[in-house]
Design a protein around this ligand. Structure first.
Ligand code: S3P
Length: 172
């Protein structure tokens, strides 16, 4: 059975939310963002959830949300939080929602985009570049293995990316 979603995965700052919104508009599909849905559900910011309840509790929320999204019938574009595919259970859930696209970006691009950001708890404190390098080396293979398609984003404009990705939409 064809599934209704395009699921964007990738590192923090890869552009999942920005490109996802643009793609959803182009496809006439609903745009969903897992962090936003969790914030709406709990009435708390992601940083507060990490600080008050811990990362594990946030990861539980992510898995519960993916299970809920599996019930959707209408087309959607989903921007999945960067850590979502790390749990094996989530990888299967993500793939069951539709075409999973890994938005790949270089470490340099990521560091540029997330520097000064204070909303992402895993990137706070000293030595941002080391934090990005370490997390990326843990996750890169996971992103690749989870994805049906991989799209390199460094050299492309938002419009170019939305057009490449719209092809994924037509294949869904
Ligand atoms: C995280 C990525 C964030 C958010 C949380 C944890 C991660 O989402 O879910 O801060 O572990 O990579 P974005 O990828 O949308 O920034």
């Amino acid at each position: 059975m064809k599934r209704p979603g395009i699921v964007l995965i990738g590192f923090m700052g890869a552009g999942k939310t920005t490109i996802g919104r643009c793609l959803a508009r182009a496809l006439g599909a609903e745009f969903l963002d897992t962090d936003e849905l969790i914030e709406e559900d709990t009435g708390k910011k992601i940083a507060e959830i990490f600080a008050l309840e811990g990362e594990e509790s946030f990861r539980e929320m992510e898995t519960r949300l993916l299970k809920k999204l599996g019930k959707r019938k209408q087309p959607f574009v989903l921007s999945a939080g960067g850590g979502m595919p790390v749990r094996k259970e989530n990888r299967e859930l993500l793939r069951s929602l539709g075409t999973v696209v890994y938005l790949e970006a270089s470490k340099e691009t990521i560091v540029k985009r997330v520097s000064g950001d204070c909303t992402r708890p895993l990137l706070q404190g000293e030595d941002l570049e080391k934090k990005v390098t370490d997390l990326m080396s843990l996750r890169e293979r996971i992103y690749r293995e989870t994805a049906h398609r991989i799209v390199q984003t460094d050299e492309k404009t938002q419009e170019e990316l939305a057009s490449v990705l719209a092809d994924c939409g037509r294949e869904v």
